[in-house]
Design a protein around this ligand. Structure first.
Ligand code: ATP
Ligand code: MG
Length: 568
């Protein structure tokens, strides 16, 4: 058992770590802090780690307010520090009142969530938190042709993985009766009409600012048509249009569609409905009735704001404030559901969780931590300007987070044999991490090694290299095999290379993801496959573990003998 002082130290650091990471502490960072503070505990690291694991489990069960209260009781000085360190990249919301802010994230369940959605939902959640308010996750599911149960689940899972906790989850499709009620009301007050013009005519008229005859129908006819939309009309025969302004400079306002007929099975509602509201109508009604105070969406919707408020005005509904921010985009990686989906449909990428994908499951598979995504999004802040942040920014945040807990191992690409004359046969102890807390591993070496092909190519007779963690070798002969001679153990300023001892090698395939597009063209070499050897120790790692292959990069273990390059 550890002493009381250590016990209390563990609890303080676990609580502090939890508060810094949205209520979830991690043992690896805590042990690093504690050993840093009390190096003498190093020899008891196993025992302390066990203790930390117990406390982490316990603390992670508490909610953030309970964790704060607990830390305030035992170490108020650490809480003050925590407040100071907290960065507040988001500007305050206009017209926001404490405890009254309601934000919402309204994805359409028509694909897998991506890092752009992470930006939206994290900003929504951060604002809700900032004002002690609420976040609603609302599935904007009013187009049964595109939506699937699989995507509802994918979005829920993605959000959960990000650590985002909505206060309420709902579906727009559960409010259809209410939306019909408002639709009927719009027809009653002449704010809408049923148009039976052909789709092309409507399009042409909207372009030229021309009104059609349907616009001037009397109530009786309008309601007759509205009724028939639910029963006898064909899908393309009639739509309900907003009575806007066909001459408006803002083409969105030229009598946009509010309802259309879609005869398809809905993943949740089956065949219960065939008249479906458009995005614009559903968003105005839902935001208002859900009590949303601040609705945030990407900038390309900006021209739709006029319509958003016009619908709300006509229905005399409560008015949320609509705000815009820039889409998150990267060079060469499409951050859009539509584009991602077409890569899958065209067979260019096999799965949504391909490590090249900006989907959350793709990022996860690559070894990007959800906390890194959150920090990255908050570093970018709430911006309206269209900038493409380099992916390196996310990678460097992730690197800092995974570095303390990633074991260092050797991997040699394109292996070449190195034979060492006069080699000492011994067990070599190699540190699993530059910091001592991850321990050491023992590797038995004799006189034959595998080294990376690229390193082998650079060798010349007479040159000298150091096998990292082992000894120095003077090169005698280069060719298909490299022959060298043992040349002492002392550290010298010579090139240092990784190695795998013969008979200790395991085959390793590493997938190296690159950008999906280069100059707008699909990059057919965007997934490089590298084959090589790693040490047998790698077999102890499990899927999701991350290792740093020395002089190669951080890799997430994907399955036995397969890893994915997270980043260098
Ligand atoms: P896509 O064009 O990829 O299909 P979308 O906007 O249609 O994306 P939705 O599910 O309809 O995706 O969007 C849900 C929310 O996520 C919206 O508020 C939208 O503004 C936001 N969002 C979508 N893509 C991005 C992005 N790349 N960056 C930031 N926010 C995004
Ligand atoms: Mg959309």
């Amino acid at each position: 058992m550890t002493d009381d002082e250590t016990k209390s130290l563990v609890r303080k650091f676990v609580l502090k770590n939890a508060l810094e990471h949205d209520g979830k502490a991690r043992s690896d960072t805590v042990i690093a802090k504690i050993i840093g503070l009390k190096p003498e505990l190093r020899k008891e690291v196993r025992m302390i780690l066990d203790e930390i694991n117990v406390v982490v489990d316990d603390v992670n069960k508490l909610n953030i307010n309970e964790q704060k209260a607990d830390l305030e009781r035992i170490a108020p000085e650490m809480l003050v520090q925590e407040h100071k360190e907290q960065k507040n990249a988001l500007p305050p919301l206009p017209n926001a009142e404490m405890c009254k802010v309601v934000t919402r994230f309204p994805p359409e369940p028509n694909g897998y969530p991506h890092i752009g959605h992470a930006k939206a939902v994290i900003i929504d959640e951060e604002y809700a938190k900032m004002y002690d308010g609420k976040l609603i996750l609302r599935f904007d599911d009013t187009n049964p042709l595109k939506e699937k149960l699989e995507y509802y689940d994918a979005i829920k899972n993605g959000i959960e993985w990000l650590g985002v906790k909505p206060h309420m989850i709902k579906n727009t499709s559960d409010d259809m009766e209410l939306i019909y009620k408002y639709g009927t009301q719009m027809l009653e007050i002449d704010a809408a009409y049923v148009c039976m013009c052909a789709i092309n005519t409507i399009r042409e008229n909207r372009r030229n600012g021309v009104e059609c005859e349907c616009r001037h129908l009397d109530h009786g006819h309008n309601f007759e048509r509205w009724e028939k939309m639910f029963s006898e009309y064909e899908p393309s025969q009639a739509v309900v249009r907003f009575n806007g302004d066909m001459k408006s400079e803002n083409t969105v306002m030229r009598d946009p569609t509010l309802f259309r007929i879609i005869d398809a099975e809905h993943p949740l509602q089956g065949h219960k409905y065939r008249v479906w509201p458009t995005y614009d109508l559903a968003t105005s009604i839902e935001d208002s009735v859900d009590g949303v105070t601040h609705a945030i969406r990407t900038k390309e919707y900006e021209l739709r704001n006029e319509l958003y408020y016009a619908i709300i005005d006509k229905l005399q509904l409560r008015k949320p404030l609509m705000m815009e921010f820039s889409r998150l985009e990267f060079d060469g990686i499409p951050v859009s559901k539509r584009k991602i989906k077409s890569l899958i449909e065209e067979g260019l990428v096999k799965s949504w969780n391909d490590p090249r994908m900006p989907t959350l499951i793709g990022m996860k598979r690559r070894g990007i931590l959800p906390q890194a995504i959150r920090e990255f999004i908050l570093t970018l802040g709430f911006t309206k300007a269209n900038t493409k942040p380099p992916l390196d920014v996310l990678e460097s945040i992730n690197r800092k987070m995974i570095d303390p807990s990633s074991i260092r191992l050797f991997f040699v690409n394109n292996p070449t044999i190195l034979h060492v004359k006069n080699a000492p046969v011994k067990n070599i102890k190699i540190k699993n991490h530059p910091d001592a807390y991850m321990g050491v591993r023992e590797v038995k070496v004799n006189d034959t090694f595998y080294i990376a092909g690229d390193d082998a190519k650079k060798m010349k007779p007479g040159s000298e290299v150091r096998l990292i963690g082992a000894y120095n070798v003077k090169i005698d002969n280069v060719g298909e095999k490299i022959i060298g001679t043992y040349n002492g153990d002392e550290l010298r300023n010579i090139s240092k290379i990784q190695w795998v001892s013969k008979n200790n090698e395991v085959k390793m395939t590493i997938m190296v993801p690159k950008t999906l597009y280069v100059d707008e063209q699909y990059n057919s070499t965007s997934l490089e496959i590298i084959e090589g050897y790693s040490e047998s120790y790698v077999s102890r790692l499990k899927p999701d573990d991350i290792a740093q292959f020395i002089r190669f990069g951080f890799c997430r273990i994907d399955s036995s003998n397969v890893a994915i390059l997270t980043h260098r």
